[in-house]
Design a protein around this ligand. Structure first.
Ligand SMILES: Nc1nc2c(c(=O)[nH]1)N[C@@H](CN(C=O)c1ccc(C(=O)N[C@@H](CCC(=O)O)C(=O)O)cc1)CN2
Length: 290
């Protein structure tokens, strides 16, 4: 029997913790604020930002949006970014990725205050994933995958995991999170030979490649867990994942749909990270239960 993993249920569970933290922070007169920073008009960035704003509004969390044209000079962008970073009223920053090529992402990552980095992209926060520190700010999508697996009591120790996609925002940190749980991880990329054979060896497959129908029935062994992190839009403008869901579903023990799977958790993780970030910034007034 296949269990369809429900991202909304996981998000609802996490939302309770956020509401509790918000009510505690309110008692101390603390109102968290998040800044969204976007350069250009990429449709994936716009839809992620829109979804995140909607989520924050549901929690009545204040948001500020900073939009720059695609051709903004690197100098002028970095100068404004510095201001946002140093603004004491802003507790968390989400920088929509990717940036246009003429802006050096490494410069921005190094510049961002790790304590405001609610999407865990700075070298400091990624380093904390490597060393498996507690209470860290990790990238939201990988964190959402872990929340999903934990919610459904899927054990990771000793499991063979294949992560398809090696991006800095999802694939690489996600592979590290699995390693921290004592899983054996294979990280595949666009050059991987015989992807189907590698995937068939996996107890858990996570696809984060951004390629429609990349994972078919031939990639999945009977009883495997399949997590689809892909957010793609097909020719009809419908949101679809990387997995050929109808072809794969009956072979799996657990599977995530798109939409309604991991994507439905990510923005709630972002809100939770904002509470963590605010909590650190307001020490010694700690209001988040750990
Ligand atoms: N700083 C980052 N920027 C971007 C990231 C990221 O992880 N960090 N990822 C992409 C995300 N993305 C498209 O590529 C994207 C993600 C989520 C949504 C969305 O509409 N989410 C909905 C629910 C979707 C679902 O149920 O699966 C929601 O959260 O309510 C759109 C696009 C872009 N940039």
């Amino acid at each position: 029997m296949t269990t369809i993993m429900d991202g909304k249920a996981v998000a609802a569970h996490l939302s309770e913790k956020i509401k509790k933290a918000l009510s505690e922070s309110d008692k101390h007169g603390i109102s968290p604020k998040v800044a969204f920073v976007r350069v250009g008009e990429r449709s994936d960035s716009i839809s992620y930002e829109r979804a995140a704003i909607k989520r924050f509004e549901k929690f009545s969390i204040e948001t500020e949006q900073y939009h720059f044209p695609d051709d903004v000079s690197a100098r002028s962008f970095l100068s404004k970014f510095r201001e946002i970073n140093e603004d004491y009223s802003i507790n968390g920053i989400l920088l929509l990725q990717p940036l246009p090529k003429h802006i050096d992402m490494k410069r921005v990552e190094e510049l961002m205050n790790p304590i405001k980095d609610i999407d865990g992209m700075t070298p400091f926060n990624l380093g904390q994933v490597v060393t498996d520190e507690e209470n860290r700010l990790e990238p939201c999508t990988p964190a959402g995958v872990m929340e999903m697996l934990e919610f459904y009591n899927i054990s990771l120790k000793g499991k063979d995991v294949v992560v398809v996609g090696a991006s800095e925002v999802v694939g690489k940190p996600l592979s590290l999170l699995f390693m921290n749980h004592d899983a054996t991880v294979t990280t595949c990329n666009a050059y991987t030979n015989d992807l189907a054979r590698k995937c068939r060896q996996a107890d858990i497959i996570v696809s984060a490649a951004g390629v429609i129908n990349l994972i078919g029935a031939d990639h999945v062994k009977e009883g495997a867990v399949v997590v689809d992190v892909g957010i793609n839009f097909n020719d009809a403008g419908k949101m679809v994942g990387d997995v050929d869901y109808d072809a794969v579903r009956d072979k799996t023990s657990y599977i995530t749909p798109v939409p309604g799977g991991v994507g439905a958790i990510t923005t709630t993780v972002l809100a939770y990270h904002l509470m963590m970030a605010t909590d650190y910034q307001k020490e010694p007034v700690l209001f988040l239960e750990r």
